[in-house]
Every structure is written in C-alpha cells, then in structure tokens.
Design a protein around this ligand. Sequence first.
Ligand SMILES: Nc1nc2c(ncn2[C@@H]2O[C@H](COP(=O)(O)OP(=O)(O)OP(=O)(O)O)[C@@H](O)[C@H]2O)c(=O)[nH]1
Ligand SMILES: [Mg+2]
Length: 318
Amino acid sequence: MVSSPDAPDGGKKKSWFSRLKDGLSRSSSKLSEGITGIFTKRKLDDETLEELEDLLIGADLGPANAARMTAELSRTRFGKEVSPEEVREALAEQAAAILAKVAQPLRPEGGKPTVILMVGVNGTGKTTTIGKLAHLWRGQGLSVTMAAGDTFRAAAVDQLKIWGARTGSPVIARPIGADAAGLAFDAYESARKEGSDVLLVDTAGRLQNKKTLMEELTKVVRVLKKQDSSIPHHVVLVLDATTGQNAHAQVEAFQEAVNVTGLIVTKLDGTARGGVVVSLAETFGLPVHAVGVGETAEDLRDFEPRQFARSLMGLSDG
Ligand SMILES: Nc1nc2c(ncn2[C@@H]2O[C@H](COP(=O)(O)OP(=O)(O)OP(=O)(O)O)[C@@H](O)[C@H]2O)c(=O)[nH]1
Ligand SMILES: [Mg+2]
C-alpha cells in the first residue's frame, strides 16, 4: 500500500523509509537474492537451513543470530514448502525483535547543555554525524555548540566549521596541537555561559590499538567529569558499517577506554554489510541511536527497528 502524502506525517515517513530502503539496497539484495536462491521450490530441511545460516553469517548478522534465527524458522516450518517471501517476512520479524531491545533515539536532554562526546576510529563519520545531529536539532529550535576536539588536523577543524556555519552553531576551536581535553573543558564553559541546549564534542579518529590515543580520550572524559560528574551525558561510538565484523573489536576497545553509552552506525548505503547492526545489537546490547545512509544533513534518522529490519530484508514498509 502506498501511503498518501496527505496522511498525517505520512509523506515524511515514506520518504525516510525509501531513503533507508535505498540505503540498505546492497545489503537487502544480497539477502533476498540469497534467500530466493535457497528456497525456490525447495523444502525447509536440514540442507536449506544450513545454507540459510551461512547466508546470514555472510551478510554479517553474526553466528549467534544466524543459528537462533534459523532454529526458530525450523521450529515453525520444518518439512514444509516455504516461499522466499515468507522466509524474508519471518526473518524480518525476528531481526526487528532483536533490534527493538536496543533502539533508543539520542535525545538532547539531561543537561544544559547536554554534552555528547563522539568517538570512533578514523573516518567512521564522527564529524559528519555531528553536522547531521546539529541539523536535526537546530530544526527543532534547539541551540547547539560544537567543540573541535580533533586538534590534530587543520582540515578537521575547517570541516566542523563548515557544519557549524551550515547549521548556525558556534564552533569552539583552538590552534592545531592544542590539548583536546582542555578544549573540551573550555567548550563546556562556553556552551554553559551561552545557554546552549547541546554541546557536541568532536574528537580525532583513533585506531583502537593505539594506546596513547585511547588514553587521550580517557583524559577528555576525566577532565570533563572534574567540572561536572554527570558529563558527558552521552559517549557515542560511531561505527562504519563497511568494516563489518571489525566493528565488534572497535566496540570492545572503546568500551575499555571510555564508557560508551550508545552507537551510531554510518555508511549503510555503501555496503552489503547492514546485518552488522543486528549482530552488534545481539553481542553488546548497547543502545543504537541512529543510522547514517548518506553524506547529506538529511541522511541520519532515529533508529527504528521494524523499518530497519524490513528494509534489510528488502520488504516494503507495510
Ligand atoms: N555514504 C556515506 N558516507 C558517509 C556517511 N557518514 C559519513 N560519510 C562520509 O565519510 C567520510 C568520513 O566522514 P567524517 O565525518 O569526516 O569521519 P570522521 O570520523 O570525522 O573522520 P576522522 O575525523 O578522520 O576520524 C566523509 O566523506 C563523509 O561524507 C554515511 O552515512 N554514508
Ligand atoms: Mg572527523
């Protein structure tokens, strides 16, 4: 069924769903073509179940989920003829149930300002995600301050300033080479004085096995906590979906260095590995706040488990 553009917020919802679905098309075509290949004119038996389990693992849903999902399918439909469509529907339902436990939109609430620290390895989309969040919240009439905590690269500061200008958010920066923790401290003072609703703190990308860089991140949190033990209110780990299962190692390393409070998964539009969101949910149970499906300010939305699961399996919103 096509939702009417006149329906209360139907138009908007539909456009996000199609954006999400388009973004996940590489993942969903891998899954649906695989499922069609396995279940066309075949029964659900040990052989097809094993093939399905391999397909789910190959699509990054993780071994535990793959085993559980196929077992559940076997429990209800063993020995029966099933259509590929039926399998996709059943798997989408199961994936949605796993994801429902972790779906938790990032709300700019909890402090004045609400302090959100963005962390992650190089190039995952931290700075872009800050821009997208600022766009979203500025659109809701909130004031946003940004802190250019990536003090290593001039280009990083410039990139954040572009997002600041685009969204009408002041950017607190310091010369290259300055101490990131000191910068974060100053930015908090400034955001508080200005009465900002949200402070988004950018950080330099760091490989999870570079000890000194991870320690620097710990220091940023420690220095903020000295000012107010409740900040940062959120430590958001930004993960690039194209890295697939390596995302798991990143979660572990960052959790060890700082208290990661939630995840944002980006670049789902550039990969067939969208299933990694389901495996992260199962393994860590950390809140998933949002997903990124493109480079523009509009390409980030609150994480909605049912829509995500249906898009992943190439199904319509219905
Ligand atoms: N296709 C796509 N590209 C994205 C998405 N999010 C970010 N990008 C792109 O990924 C590249 C890296 O994004 P940045 O925001 O600079 O990443 P970063 O984590 O700040 O990088 P460092 O500061 O170098 O660690 C940019 O070209 C972004 O436009 C997304 O959801 N989809
Ligand atoms: Mg950056």
